[in-house]
Design a protein around this ligand. Structure first.
Ligand SMILES: [Zn+2]
Length: 344
């Protein structure tokens, strides 16, 4: 059954990559869905694009209000295959993330690029959850972890995941969710992932999308056969990207100053368990004090703040989650949203 309902998606994306000069996968049946063909251009600056006019392609028989999650077996090359779920609050995690650093997904060829990648350490690759931890609480499940660039993880996939998580928390409804990694030929690193989502109880009114997130990193040249990578010496960020980077680093500086000046004498033991659990940063102890940031999140609302925000004073101690040395991105990867008041 699973093979049947996954094959359609794989075909439509494979047809697209075939048009872009990729190898056509032998597994794809003739007459696959061509609707997405014209819609996957080569990466051109946007972390994700819409497929099939942004309409998800779940069949009627796949759509269900009964929560479930299913992760495909790794293929012969050790690569992930599609994961599908009907997600509601009952599948969402109630515990902090555990370490996933023992998993080495296909194409894992880790390098650091200081100055280009805005995380600490500046790792190119993250162990990317296909179905995000905040949605189904999967930790070191090798059938749900792919090698993905920091850029794909944070700029590409995370906003969609957050949209789905917010909707489920606000409504208690179900969302059909499917993530399909797209590999070209025998490549070990995927070109990107297709994410489809459809809210069930309201028939897509709340959430409905079908997107492709590119597994690229601006400024880095990647060999998708094995994940090898090198600096693109010709790379020059265009003006808007530079402006964004400037804004980001200003924000980071502000956060740094703020946390250094703020009241920082809170206890860290509560969040100690989670401190090694950020994607990609888990092979190295993250300890450089001048590059650390501090936030406090609310376990229930999943909003995070600067420690000196007034909202933190109103928070019950048992609801506080301390982020000792997580970056803003990493806090958001764990399913937290920035406070509207202190705007961390
Ligand atoms: Zn706040």
């Amino acid at each position: 059954m699973r093979n049947i309902f996954f094959s359609k998606t794989i075909c439509s994306v494979t047809l697209v990559t075939a048009l872009l000069g990729a190898n056509f996968l032998g597994t794809c049946a003739a007459g696959g869905d061509k609707s997405a063909e014209a819609e996957i251009p080569a990466y051109s600056g946007s972390p994700s694009i819409e497929l099939n006019d942004n309409k998800p392609e779940f069949s009627k028989s796949e759509i269900t209000k009964v929560s479930f999650e299913s992760y495909g077996e790794l293929d012969d090359l050790g690569r992930c295959t599609p994961a599908i779920a009907s997600i509601s609050t009952d599948l969402m995690p109630t515990k902090d993330r555990e370490s996933i650093s023992m998993v080495k997904p296909s194409g894992w060829n880790q390098e650091k690029y200081p100055g280009l990648i805005d995380s600490d350490p500046p790792f190119l690759y993250n162990r990317c959850h296909m179905i995000g931890f905040q949605l189904t609480g999967e930790n070191a499940n090798e059938q749900n972890l792919i090698t993905g660039t920091r850029y794909m993880n944070v700029e590409g996939m995370l906003p969609y995941e957050n949209e789905v998580a917010d909707y489920i928390r606000n409504t208690g409804n179900h969302v059909m969710y499917r993530v399909t990694p797209v590999f070209e030929g025998k490549n070990l690193l995927c070109d990107g992932v297709q994410i489809e989502a459809l809210s069930v109880e309201d028939n897509g009114k709340g959430v409905s999308f079908n997107v492709f997130c590119y597994n690229v990193q601006p400024g880095i040249i990647i060999d998708y056969s094995d994940g090898a990578n090198k600096l693109d010496k010709n790379y020059k960020a265009d003006q808007s990207e530079k402006a964004d980077e400037k804004a980001e680093s200003d924000k980071a500086d502000a956060a740094k100053n703020k946390s250094q000046n703020g009241k920082m004498s809170f206890s860290m033991d509560e969040f100690a368990k989670g401190s090694d659990s950020q994607d990609g940063s888990d092979d190295v102890t993250r300890s450089a004090p001048e590059q650390t940031y501090s936030y406090i999140g609310n376990r229930n609302s999943h909003v995070f703040h600067y420690p000196d925000c007034d909202s933190v004073n109103d928070m019950k101690e048992k609801n506080k989650v301390y982020f000792e040395d997580a970056t803003r991105d990493e806090v958001m990867e764990q399913g937290f949203r920035p406070c509207q008041r202190c705007k961390p």
